[in-house]
Design a protein around this ligand. Structure first.
Ligand code: COA
Length: 179
């Protein structure tokens, strides 16, 4: 494993995402309808994924991390910090656990906590946010368990099966910026 390992002593750690990580298993995550149900990124090819990783590195606007299990070091998902707004010091944080067998064990919650530490500590981010489909209960729970609060809700923003769902913004402030 290369890339600096970041952890909080819990069941997962983060490291930089590498081009080698983007293998058939990775591509399969983004072709899995269960994984991509609430994602814009779906059916992305290996080439597109590598180009996206490189564009983040070159631009410095976003940073891709691999989420890895502490027990066997397996790469199970990604956490993206960004896009970062350089003037306002805000950033999105996107979490995907592609390995469905690893869902529901608190791995996203732990990864988000580590991601927030990296964003605040290394990228000087003032405020992190994520936008979540209100039907994505697991995501809402994981972000809130990691310290985010519900800041705003846009009603009926998404078409979901026969109905509509809301877009929920969750946020988290860097305490070093607040009085
Ligand atoms: C959303 C996602 C990141 C959650 O990952 P995870 O590792 O399973 O999350 P965690 O285990 O940390 O927390 C999920 C919580 O939701 C609960 N949960 C899971 N599915 C649920 C459901 N359908 N209904 C209610 N609760 C649910 C879990 O029991 C857990 O609750 P707990 O904290 O009380 O134990 C993961 O399912 C995923 O990657 N999904 C696909 C991509 C995606 O939607 N990403 C989010 C984009 S905003």
């Amino acid at each position: 494993m290369s890339g600096e390992r970041r952890d909080l002593g819990g069941p997962v750690y983060l490291r930089h995402l590498h081009e080698d990580d983007i293998d058939p298993r990775y591509v399969a995550w983004f072709a899995d309808p269960e994984v991509t149900r609430f994602l814009d990124a779906r059916n992305i090819t290996r080439e597109e994924s590598i180009a996206y990783l490189r564009a983040g590195r070159t631009s410095g606007r976003y940073f891709m991390h691999a989420i890895c299990r502490a027990d066997d070091e397996r790469h199970i998902g990604n956490l993206k910090i960004g896009p970062i707004h350089p003037r306002h010091r805000t950033s999105d944080l996107v979490t995907v656990i592609g390995d469905r067998a690893s869902w529901g064990r608190g791995f996203a919650r732990e990864a988000i906590r580590i991601g927030v530490q990296i964003a605040f500590g290394e990228h000087n981010i003032r405020k992190m946010s994520a936008s979540i489909d209100s039907a994505n209960i697991a995501s809402l729970k994981a972000y809130q368990a990691a310290g985010f609060f519900i800041e705003a809700t846009l009603q009926d923003q998404f078409i979901f099966y026969d109905g509509t769902t809301d877009k929920v913004f969750v946020s988290c402030f860097n305490p070093d910026y607040r009085t």
